[in-house]
Write a protein that binds this ligand. Structure first.
Ligand code: ADP
Ligand code: ZN
Ligand code: ZN
Length: 728
């Protein structure tokens, strides 16, 4: 007689579960247990009970402790995780770990902790903000608390303002702010705002969402067309029926403004899940979702795994956003997992975007999703007009052509603000010796170092290495080293020289690193003190700049000739997302795109006929090239400090794949990664491509155990990426 065993998901890189002796009354699936694993004590989650084990009975160990009296994860989430582990061919223990808040992963009890919240007192509410002119931090805190009204703020929200604790102590000593330990969720507003009367197109979108079973809806509407209003009304309906709504947003899209808009609208608690939360806050929000206390759950990528017992609706906002795909470890797509989750829960899912991914457009074309188009901006603003500016043979200063300077001048004179977009930070991407052509390279990566003029540093954007810039050429000793090309810092410098009297704000990762910097920059943009904004894709999401009337895309060519087949799609999405930040009804915007390739067919299509026409053409190209969404990919990556090791492993991997005998799967490579050396490690990859998803997954199923057993595999770090979004 075999003793009954518990199958347990334990965080380990091995693609399997682990068997332990089941106690007399075995805990059900979804319960956490503590086990001895090798020499370590680890926390795992029970997957189920079995009677057969590959281990002989004598070697089975008992579990050390059962941590939950009831399953932490409901069967629906266990089913979702099991599916995701199988689909992404990722170790199940790591999949379960990724789904749990850190506190639970560490074995802490599944009980909400009180969270300290700060609120304005009556006297605090009456304070004249001008009285705090000399204490900007206190003023900022007061402003933030005023904005939050009765809900108050927790540490996570306040930490956006930077180093806030000292100023808060001051405000509390003055009696203007009171703190209390309270339930994790901020109280809902007592008098929610009423819904808006929907436009006919919005009504159509609402009607397209049946609440009886699974339905996929692609809500395709330009920025400002009223998608969020549709979400809000769908959520209202879900909540009214006593069910829960899950809203997924890109990391950078989860702004305080968005949350406030949701909070003002609903008289029910909203749980927020994102990576910026303190562990206790995240745990409390997660439990509020799981226990049904929060009818609405808003979160970033990993919130797709949050348990919602009454799940009745899923919304994925900006569904095209690359941040929904996890790029390391458990490489899942939160959007794709969300679609599977909606299927399992028999609930509708709405994928919203102004620039839908080609994948979702193809799904809609094939009838898997219903596509609803919101054609106009709500409030009837006209679309911004887009124009291409030919940069060839024209004078250019700081990455800006004379004609773009003239256009800026005109808009500025008419009191418009100008937004310039360049997806490259630093002063210049290259520091070049003018005498011999030597370039300052990262010693650990195959990449030039980016020059930072303000900080007097050169930095590697791939491994983080940095040092002072060299005084002399590393090859010929010349001192004539010149920055070549533009980054946002250099553009800012050129703008200050050209418009010395104007307020100019740079918004990129470097300029907003200091806590609170982003908020104060945005405040200067909204107050009108800043007239010109220059920034990277940090500008492309979540913000609305109603007084911006001119958007300049400084370099559209980056996306036209990349090794990554998705680069063109990304560039088109970025251009439109940036363009969508601008303008409002009375102030229609203009978008100018600088390029050295004004005749590039896809770029012309985008500018002349819009994203839809661009996407149709891009899909045709993908079909001809047998690329996603018309083919399915899996990418096996390997890296090692030794040049030959990744290649050797991947050669073996290729042979093993051939032996698996799936003729419908093409094996491409191995080839060195486009940037072969990064952080001192050599990287190579093998691409698997198939028109037939099932065939691809059958192969992966048989192949991975062989890879795990491979000796060459032990000399490298390797990982599998199913449906990769980045090809390097
Ligand atoms: P999106 O999410 O597509 O960017 P929003 O839902 O944020 O669009 O709507 C853009 C603006 O238009 C918001 O200020 C919103 O209040 C307003 N708006 C949306 N729908 C309507 C409507 N039906 N009637 C009037 N104003 C609307
Ligand atoms: Zn580097
Ligand atoms: Zn030189």
């Amino acid at each position: 007689m075999n003793p009954p065993v518990l199958r347990i998901a334990i965080p380990s890189p091995l693609r399997r579960s682990f068997d332990y002796l089941a106690p007399a009354s075995p805990p059900p699936p979804g319960v956490r247990v503590q086990v001895q694993f090798g020499r370590r004590q680890l926390i795992g989650v029970v997957l189920g009970l079995g009677t057969e084990s590959e281990l002989p009975a004598a070697r089975l160990r008992p579990i050390e402790a059962v941590l939950d009296t009831e399953p932490l994860l409901p069967p629906s989430i266990c089913a979702l995780l099991n599916w995701a582990g199988a689909y992404y061919h990722h170790p199940i223990g790591e999949v379960y770990a990724a789904a749990l808040p850190v506190a639970l992963r560490q074995g802490q009890p599944a009980a909400a902790r009180g969270v300290r919240r700060y609120r304005l007192t009556e006297s605090g509410t009456a304070v004249d903000p001008d009285a705090l002119k000399r204490a900007p931090r206190q003023a900022a805190l007061l402003a933030r608390l005023r904005q939050a009204e009765g809900a108050g703020c927790g540490a996570a929200e306040l930490s956006e303002l930077g180093n806030w604790q000292g100023a808060m102590r001051r405000l509390m000593a003055l009696g203007w702010v009171a703190a209390e330990e309270s339930a994790a969720l901020p109280a809902a507003v007592a008098a929610p705002e009423p819904p808006l009367a929907l436009t006919p197109a919005q009504q159509q979108a609402l009607a397209a969402v049946g609440f009886d079973g699974f339905a996929g809806i692609l809500l395709d509407g330009v920025t400002g067309s009223g998608k969020t209003e549709v979400y809000l009304q769908l959520i209202a309906r879900t909540v009214a029926e006593g069910r829960q709504a899950l809203v997924l947003v890109p990391e950078i899209g989860l702004t305080p403004q968005l949350l406030e808009r949701f909070r003002r609208r609903f008289a029910v608690p909203i749980a927020v899940l994102h990576s910026g939360l303190a562990d206790g806050e995240r745990l409390s929000a997660w439990l509020a979702a799981r226990d049904g206390e929060a009818p609405i759950v808003i979160g970033t990528r990993s919130a797709v795994f949050a348990p919602l017992p009454q799940l009745g609706l899923i919304i994925v906002d900006e569904e095209h956003d690359p941040s929904f795909k996890q790029q390391d470890g458990f490489r899942y797509s939160a959007r794709d997992v969300a679609v599977m989750r909606a299927r399992q829960a028999q609930a509708p899912i709405v994928l919203g975007s102004a620039t839908p991914s080609l994948e979702s457009l193809a799904n809609a074309a094939q009838g898997r999703y219903t596509r609803v188009v919101l054609p106009e901006r709500a409030g009837a603003a006209s679309h911004p007009a887009m124009r291409l500016f030919d940069m060839r043979q024209t004078p250019i200063e700081g990455g800006i052509s004379e004609s773009l300077y003239r256009a800026m001048q005109q808009h500025l004179e008419r009191d418009g603000q100008v937004l310039l977009f360049l997806n490259r930070r630093g002063y210049a991407p290259v520091l070049l010796c003018h005498d011999c052509g030597w370039v300052a390279q990262c010693s650990r990566c195959d990449a030039p170092l980016t020059y930072y003029a303000g900080a007097r540093r050169i930095r590697c954007h791939h491994c983080g290495a940095e040092r002072p810039p060299p005084q002399q050429c590393g090859s010929c000793g010349s001192v004539d080293l010149r920055p070549v090309g533009q980054g946002t810092e250099r553009v800012e410098e050129a703008l200050r020289a050209r418009f010395p009297a104007l307020g100019i704000e740079r918004i990129d990762r470097d300029a907003t690193r200091r806590k609170g910097a982003m908020e104060s920059k945005l405040a200067r943009v909204h107050s009108g003190a800043a007239r010109i904004l220059v920034g990277t894709q940090m500008l492309a999401k979540g913000h609305h700049f109603p007084d911006v009337t001119l958007v300049g895309i400084l370099d559209a060519d980056q996306g036209l000739f990349s090794a990554d087949f998705r680069a063109g799609e990304r560039m088109a999405q970025l251009i439109l997302q940036v363009a969508g930040r601008a303008g409002r009804a009375e102030k229609p915007g203009e978008v100018i795109i600088q390029t050295h390739h004004p005749d590039h067919p896809l770029l012309r299509l985008l500018v002349e006929r819009g994203y839809g026409a661009f996407a149709t053409e891009a899909l045709t190209e993908r079909q001809l090239a047998q690329l996603p969404p018309y083919a399915h990919l899996a990418l096996l990556r390997a890296e090692a400090p030794a040049l030959a090791a990744p290649q050797a492993f991947l050669e073996e991997a290729r042979l093993l794949a051939e032996q698996c005998g799936e003729p419908g799967v093409a094996l491409l490579g191995p080839v060195p990664a486009p940037m072969e050396r990064r952080a001192g490690r050599y990287r190579a990859q093998l691409l698997l491509q198939s028109e037939n998803r099932a065939a691809l997954h059958r192969l992966l199923e048989r192949w991975l155990p062989l890879l795990e057993a491979s000796k060459a595999g032990r000399k490298v770090r390797w990982s599998l990426d199913v449906d990769p979004m980045e090809m390097f």
